[in-house]
Design a protein around this ligand. Structure first.
Ligand SMILES: NC(=O)c1ccc[n+]([C@@H]2O[C@H](COP(=O)([O-])OP(=O)(O)OC[C@H]3O[C@@H](n4cnc5c(N)ncnc54)[C@H](OP(=O)(O)O)[C@@H]3O)[C@@H](O)[C@H]2O)c1
Length: 336
């Protein structure tokens, strides 16, 4: 039985399946704001209390603000303590002065209608520009000032994570792509995180929905069939990894495992990552008001994959290309 909650720091626990809000950005179908906020209340009431978002995900931060307002109205102010919103700071590379960093954090605070961000996850596009260290120093100072509870990273590779740690900066989490198909974090990132007590947050674990019965035995999609930005992103990953035919072989194995455990293919894909060392949570994208899989996803908590299951998965993944060699370490897909 996988734990439902994970304590990431003394004063900070999250739901181990987080609701991903890239899916409200507009690139995954039209979202009706009112419907979306009502859906967010339902997620919260079902125990899915943690949201992953970013300043660049369209209206996501404002949705959190509206959701918090509604939650307080329905359940009272104390209920807000049971909700966590993990946003990201994704600036264009340039000088990262104290006032620039604070300006953007203040904007997030205002939109999210809160006076302290639970976790700010920092993304940096260009390692040739060393200002990312300045940004992290200012974010750490904002934490000490009380505007941010914790500082984390997203899409940084292990080499830069090491440089950041050498600066004495306190980082509690690293958000990276991690799935049965993309096991790059196991090479360098996870050993480093184990050594330094850093939690991993995983995305792409369901490959935008490709890890589901919907794509089992289905013909290779055309570009036009890829109706969300997420499907487009992970279709490219499937091709880099080994292609559609090998992916179908993998889905067949996942089906056999899911039938053995009486669960879904998505549950197998989620549990595979949730049981890995240092993984605090798996982020699953939620197309609020368009589709929802809460009941199915909650079944991943009751699942434990045994050695026979992992060997079956390995019998296919060992035939794939090495994504670490092709793409590079975690986050390299976002860097030149
Ligand atoms: N840090 C970064 O750079 C980064 C990058 C990408 C994503 N993320 C984060 O990760 C989140 C997830 O995004 P993602 O692109 O990786 O997508 P994902 O979680 O791999 O896929 C989400 C899609 O999977 C399908 N799905 C969910 N549960 C299912 C179930 N039980 N059975 C069948 N299908 C199911 C749904 O498709 P339908 O809606 O079609 O049913 C859903 O829209 C984002 O919202 C964001 O928070 C971060």
């Amino acid at each position: 039985m996988i734990e439902l909650k994970k304590e990431m720091a003394n004063d900070f626990s999250i739901s181990r399946i987080l609701n991903g809000m890239w899916q409200v950005s507009g690139a995954h179908g039209d979202i009706d704001p009112e419907k979306a906020i009502n859906e967010m209340i339902k997620y919260h009431d079902s125990g899915f209390t943690t949201w992953d978002l970013a300043d660049i995900y369209g209206p996501a931060e404002s949705f959190i603000g509206e959701f918090r307002k509604k939650l307080e109205k329905i359940n009272g102010k104390d209920e807000l303590k049971n909700s966590q919103a993990l946003t990201k700071f994704v600036p264009n590379p340039g000088p990262m002065t104290k006032s620039i960093v604070e300006y953007y954090i203040d904007k997030s605070l205002e939109k999210m209608k809160t006076d302290c961000l639970d976790l700010i996850q920092f993304h940096w596009w260009d390692y040739n520009n060393p200002s990312y260290i300045d940004a992290l120093i200012h974010l750490s100072n904002l934490r000490d000032k009380g505007k941010v509870k914790h500082v984390g990273l997203t899409n940084f590779d292990t080499e830069r994570l090491e440089i950041i740690k050498e600066q004495g900066l306190e980082i509690i989490s690293s958000q990276v792509q991690y799935s049965i198909l993309d096991q790059r974090p196991e090479k360098l990132m996870i050993p480093f995180c184990q050594k330094h007590g850093i939690h991993l947050l995983s995305y792409g674990t369901l490959l935008g929905g490709f890890f589901s019965e919907k794509y089992l035995n289905s013909p290779e999609p055309n570009r036009g069939d890829l109706t969300t930005a997420s499907l487009k992103k992970y279709y490219n990953m499937i091709n880099a990894w080994g292609g559609w035919e090998l992916f179908q072989e993998l889905l067949q194995k996942l089906l056999q495992i899911s039938e053995k455990h009486g669960c879904s293919i998505a549950n197998v894909a989620t549990s595979f990552i949730l049981e890995k060392p240092t993984v605090a949570g798996v982020i699953i994208g939620a197309r609020l008001g368009i589709s929802e899989h809460k009941d199915d996803n909650s079944r991943a908590f009751g699942l434990h994959l045994d050695s026979e299951d992992t060997l079956m998965i390995k019998s296919v993944t060992e035939k794939s290309k090495d994504l670490f060699e092709i793409v590079g370490d975690c986050g390299s897909e976002y860097h030149k």
